[in-house]
Design a protein around this ligand. Structure first.
Ligand code: FDA
Length: 389
């Protein structure tokens, strides 16, 4: 059978593009090597899928071209996706910071997308590797499960390589390169960072979490940071990890709400208090102990000069860690980098040099913050692409 379009990847972006194009009357085939569709959706948001963010705005995305995502995000918004979710009777709630989750299970989102695909007469073939992709005479031919399928258009929606044990691969990048498209160097993002050297001392705090402001370059996030047996995690750290590169420092403000002179005020009020106890009034005990040890102040506040206390609060507001790495693709929620946006039309995600070839979702060099932004990009880029399939 001849198709209007073949979509490679039955994930978030691929299913969205298939459903919308199918409902526009296009004959669509979706191919995937996984034995089930939407596997990353199923494990997302702790099984409840943080399916969008009502605060979606282009500045919450990383890309070599920060303007690229604007058009798609404007044309298919978080409100549009929410309307779809509601039309399917899926109950939802806002958790924090505009993050919308299913009340029930992420499976509801997969079922919704499959139902939408069904309405569009989309054919989905799973569980076989894609063994060949060819392009000749304006036609794309894809070999999957021993069959060759043919279409006028081909959509790369095979995502990024984070969490390979779920079947994630760098297939999108290899295929894009074969078509002569550039790929912005991919690296793990939304990923825990690891500490080595002297900073391994902080590993003894494994399990301790506190609200901080974490900064890396110009990015800063106020959320929880978590110490782990390998280094640092928690939402604030995952967020800055997307901006982090080897050799960069991450600075943490452990007491973002405190006045710079609070320790001096504490000395006036309670001179016999130890620095550790003073810190423990605002921080978890074990963290207060470790930070106080490292600040190496006198045993009580009375024994500390005002200058030393001011220096201590300065350090607490700009504690610098230099991670020696990250936990890598095995633990990364997404991959930054990907198929260069310079190769694609921001209107419909079509490759400017290869008419009929499209790339959508995480495969493209557009990466959202933690909090539902990556799915919103998958929906919006899938929807934009479907308009011209
Ligand atoms: P996606 O990865 O969804 O789909 C790609 C598809 O291509 C898969 O079905 C895969 O099997 C297939 N494929 C890959 N290689 C192939 C090959 N060689 N041949 C054939 N098929 C191939 N985001 C968010 O906004 N909110 C959240 O709550 C979460 N939570 C979350 C948790 C965890 C643990 C992870 C790992 C990720 C998230 N994310 C998230 C990120 C989100 O899952 C991700 O950004 C989207 O799934 C990307 O959608 P895509 O359709 O681009 O790729």
């Amino acid at each position: 059978m001849h198709y209007d379009a073949i979509i490679l990847g039955a994930g978030a972006a691929g299913l969205m593009a298939a459903a919308v194009a199918g409902q526009r009357g296009r004959r669509i085939l979706v191919l995937d090597h996984a034995d089930a569709p939407g596997k990353k959706i199923l494990i997302s948001g702790g099984g409840r899928c943080n399916f969008t963010n009502i605060g979606t705005a282009p500045d919450r995305f990383l890309s070599a071209n920060p303007h690229f995502a604007k058009s798609a995000l404007r044309r298919y918004t978080a409100a549009d996706f929410l309307a779809l979710v509601e039309a399917h009777g899926i109950a939802w709630h806002e958790k924090t910071l505009g993050q919308l989750f299913c009340d029930g299970s992420a499976r509801q989102i997969v079922i919704m997308l499959l139902d939408e695909c069904d309405r569009g007469g989309v054919r989905i073939e799973l569980g076989q590797p894609i063994t060949d992709v060819a392009h000749a005479d304006g036609r794309f031919r894809v070999r999957h499960g021993g069959l060759t399928h043919e279409a006028d258009r081909l959509v790369i929606a095979t995502g990024g390589p984070s969490i390979p044990k779920m079947g994630a691969t760098g297939f999108a990048y290899d295929l894009a390169r074969r078509f002569g498209l550039k790929v912005v160097e991919p690296r793990p993002a939304l990923v825990p960072l690891t500490l080595g050297g002297e900073e391994t001392l902080f590993r003894s705090l494994s399990g301790v979490a506190t609200e901080v402001v974490a900064r890396c370059h110009k990015a800063q996030f106020r959320e929880a940071a978590l110490f782990t047996h390998r280094g640092l995690s928690g939402p604030a750290i995952l967020q800055v990890s997307s901006y982090w590169r080897h050799g960069d420092a991450v600075t943490i403000d452990f007491l973002p709400d405190m006045d710079p002179d609070w320790l001096i005020a504490a000395k006036r009020a309670t001179p016999r208090l130890s620095p550790r106890r003073a810190l423990a009034t605002h921080l978890p005990d074990r963290l207060a102990e470790t930070l106080a040890d490292r600040l190496a102040l006198a045993p009580d506040l009375a024994g500390c000069t005002d200058k030393a206390l001011r220096a201590a609060t300065d350090r607490l507001s700009r504690w610098s860690f230099t991670p020696n790495g990250s936990e890598g693709l095995a633990k990364a929620e997404v991959t930054v980098g990907g198929i260069a946006t310079a190769e694609l039309s921001s209107q419909d995600m079509q490759a400017t040099r290869v008419p009929g070839l499209y790339a959508i979702g995480e495969a493209v060099d557009v990466t959202g913050w933690l909090g539902g932004y990556n799915f919103q990009w998958a929906w919006a880029s899938g929807w934009a692409c479907a308009q011209t399939l």
